[in-house]
Ligand binder design. Sequence first.
Ligand code: ADP
Length: 398
Amino acid sequence: MKILVINCGSSSLKFQLIDSDTEEVLGKGLCERIGIDGSVINFTPAGRDKIVREVPMPDHNKAIELVIEALTDPDNGVVRELSEIGAVGHRIVHGGEAFTKSVVIDDKVLAAIEEVSDLAPLHNPANLIGVRACQKAMPGVPMVAVFDTAFHQTMPEEAYLYGLPYGYYEKFKVRRYGFHGTSHAFVSRRAAEIIGRPYEELKLIVCHLGNGASVSAVKNGKCIDTSMGLTPLEGLIMGTRSGDIDPAVVEYIGQKDGKDLAGVMNVLNKKSGVFGLSGDLSSDFRDLEAGYNKQDPGATRAIMTFAYHVVKYIGAYTAAMDGVDGICFTAGVGENSPLVRRLVAGRLSFLGITLDEEANDVHGKERTISTPDSRVRVMVIPTNEELAIARDTAALVG
Ligand code: ADP
């Protein structure tokens, strides 16, 4: 079946058409600046050049129309007619406690997603707009919602509760949810295949290190803890997000720097992380690595601090699972930065880990990077959230 995978943001829309039988990507693209002047759609049919078109996109309905036009274009399209597309899989950021797995979308599901939108006000409303635009353009085509939070819903209470008055959980559902779940699920399952033992018997740690970054502990096929929380701000130091801090910092910065709550939150989300630590050098690890290699103090400080926090989470999750069989690196930095992997794995000798330096020198390819005698297997496993969404969609509507 041909499955359209949609990842809809407030002003952008990423799409891929995947053949779920062969798992081949038939075409993919991106609409940018939806609702803003200078909207652009780019589309790359498999094996051919990228086509870029500047077309006004006042709203997401227009964007979806253009996506369909691109996919069915007689010259550069990848399907002859729209009816060849059997289903649509939508990435939905927050499923709250209502969704523990992917579901076929109906009116009840849409209402439930809307209900938890307060928990992800920047993401869920945009995701819903994408769903409704697709429903309008492709009436009758089954659609599936795949949630970033669903994989983490197996966490026990002791892992998802904060040390706050319990009423905040009961009344407002303040708790750890975790994100990047589709990636953590995909990568941990693949790790079990590589290790060659049942997923249900393994203790795995997945380090999803991208611009947003999170770690998860997957024990016996279930997520038992993860570093992101109520929102994606908690946990590891990220591109521009602070990750874990003393909550009292919020009040203190507000007073010292004359900022209101929104101003401080803006600093924590947009000006912090490796960007802030490096002295505003860059949030991109390619730039930071270049700086590190030239002994730039800001870049070095940012990378060392980032890596240290990853090490701390690995230590904590090893304790939480009472051991670990495999550690996986994935996403932009995890897949492409031998330096970060070396700085992390180099501090894990207490787990009996030895890094195979030569194997570690790999970019974007699946590979074991620990030596054969290493007590814990360390792996680079490229993530593929779109394929995971297509698989879930095919499983539910196929
Ligand atoms: P997100 O999906 O959260 O935007 P990605 O998983 O795409 O993030 O990761 C993006 C990040 O990956 C970039 O900000 C960059 O820092 C890092 N990255 C990409 N390629 C490389 C590379 N060759 N070396 C080091 N870091 C890289």
